[in-house]
Each structure stands twice: as structure tokens, then as C-alpha cells.
Write a protein that binds this ligand. Structure first.
Ligand SMILES: [Zn+2]
Ligand SMILES: [Zn+2]
Length: 247
């Protein structure tokens, strides 16, 4: 076992708010330059760019976990991570079925591009991705875990689109695998104590929407290999596995 350097929340050019530079060769080169070994591709309500990143990641020596950042009907963001494309696409199917069938308004929200491994634009996703799906927080956690995935409450230290910001608390019966904190926000000791008492462990991920918002290493996992099973064990701090963050 060893410590792996992770950033498990990165957007691509598919997210309407994602920069044009968020394409496989550039994101992976930036991750490598910073020494990040594992990234997760987590676009809003879609996984259509995951495969291109996984293929390019294998070529460039960066592990890419297939993922998505779902917006629940409570407008809470949840990071959903998987081992395989098959799992993430099965999850995407469910999310798409629960997204309102509206067309993206590029002028207001931004463009939603699917790219190939080299970062060339292939097609534009027409449906509006940047909105809440008709899935509750509980349904998202259950749906992801039933498929064998890992579900993390995104950026709980932000006031908007977060479990704590929107709900004000972490429901006691919500079986989330962990929570995510933001690299640049101050840490609340009360919040950290609350997490500790509940036995909930945190990750720190950059939630990068542009190349220059990918942070230098913030989060490390002491695991055997970078799989969902190993990450879950590390988040439970079991069998010698753990997650360590800079702050
Ligand atoms: Zn978010
Ligand atoms: Zn995000």
C-alpha cells in the first residue's frame, strides 16, 4: 500500500460553466505537472466526456475515475464515482430520465461540448444539464451505491448547492461515503468536530472548472490500488487504509 495523490472532482468542457481548456490532453498534463496521480471527471449531470479522459489518461499515466456531479431536487450537489464506464453510463441513464427535458440556452448557461481523446469538439449536448434532476439526495446515494459506486456530498462548506448550505445538517440516516471540503475556504472547527463525531471522513477536491483552478495536491489516499472498494475502505478508515488532507 502507499499514498496516492487524488483530485476527485474535476469538470470538463462539457459542463456549461467549464472552460474551453478542460479537455483531456490539457487537464491530464496539468494534473501530471502538479503530481496528481488520480482524477475523477465529474461533469454536471452527465458523463459523456468520461471515456475520452479515461483513454487519454491511460496513455498519459494518470488514473481517471468515471464520475458525475449530480444536482438533486433539493439543489444539492453530490459527487458520484465509479470503477467502470458501464456503471457510470448506467447511472447517466437514470439521471437523464430524471432531468427536465429542456434545451440548453447557450447564451445564458454556456456550451456543453463532448470531445475526443485529443480534445477536439465532437458534438454538443443539446439538453440542459445545469439544473436539478428529479432525484432526492437519498435516491442519489442509494442509486449510486446500488450500482457499486461511491457517493460524496460535494463542497459542504459552501453556502449554495451543498448539503450543509441547503439543508443545514447531514441527515443521520443518510449513508453517504464521505464529504468534500473546498481547498481555499477556511475550515470551521465546529464543522470538523461534527464530522468526527459522526464518523464521516472528508476529501478535499478542487472542483476545477478551468485549468488554472486545479489545485496542487490537497488529498491523499493510503490504499493498495485506486478502486471504489479501496476508497470506501479508506473513507471508513479501516484495514489500515485512510484519507489524508493537507487541511
Ligand atoms: Zn458543485
Ligand atoms: Zn463541481
Amino acid at each position: 500500500m502507499r499514498e496516492w495523490i487524488l483530485d476527485l472532482h474535476i469538470h470538463t468542457i462539457l459542463s456549461p460553466c467549464g472552460g474551453d481548456d478542460m479537455v483531456p490532453p490539457l487537464v491530464l498534463a496539468r494534473a501530471k505537472e502538479l503530481g496528481i496521480e488520480v482524477i475523477a471527471v465529474t461533469d454536471h449531470n452527465s458523463a459523456e466526456n468520461v471515456q475520452a479522459f479515461m483513454i487519454k489518461g491511460r496513455e498519459m499515466g494518470v488514473v481517471v475515475l468515471p464520475g458525475m456531479e449530480v444536482q438533486t431536487k433539493e439543489d444539492v450537489h453530490m459527487v458520484c464515482l465509479f470503477d467502470t464506464l458501464e456503471q457510470v453510463f448506467a447511472w447517466q441513464e437514470i439521471v437523464y430520465q430524471h432531468l427536465p427535458d429542456l434545451k440548453n440556452k447557450k447564451g445564458s448557461f454556456g456550451e456543453q461540448w463532448v470531445v475526443n481523446c485529443e480534445g477536439n469538439k465532437v458534438t454538443e449536448v443539446e439538453r440542459l444539464l445545469l439544473m436539478g434532476a428529479d432525484l432526492s439526495i437519498d435516491e442519489v446515494v442509494k442509486g449510486v451505491q446500488d450500482l457499486g459506486g461511491l457517493c460524496i456530498a460535494a463542497h459542504i462548506d459552501r453556502k449554495v448547492f451543498s448539503l450543509l448550505g441547503n439543508l443545514g445538517f447531514i441527515p443521520v440516516d443518510l449513508p453517504i461515503d464521505g464529504v468534500e471540503l473546498t481547498p481555499h475556504l477556511p475550515r470551521s472547527q465546529a464543522q470538523l468536530n461534527q464530522l468526527r463525531e459522526r464518523g464521516i471522513h472528508h476529501l478535499v477536491s478542487s472542483d476545477a472548472h478551468w485549468l488554472d483552478s486545479i489545485y496542487p495536491p490537497q488529498c491523499f489516499a493510503f490504499i493498495e490500488e485506486c478502486t471504489i472498494k479501496e476508497l470506501k475502505t479508506a473513507l471508513l478508515k479501516k484495514d489500515g487504509r485512510y484519507i489524508r488532507t493537507i487541511r
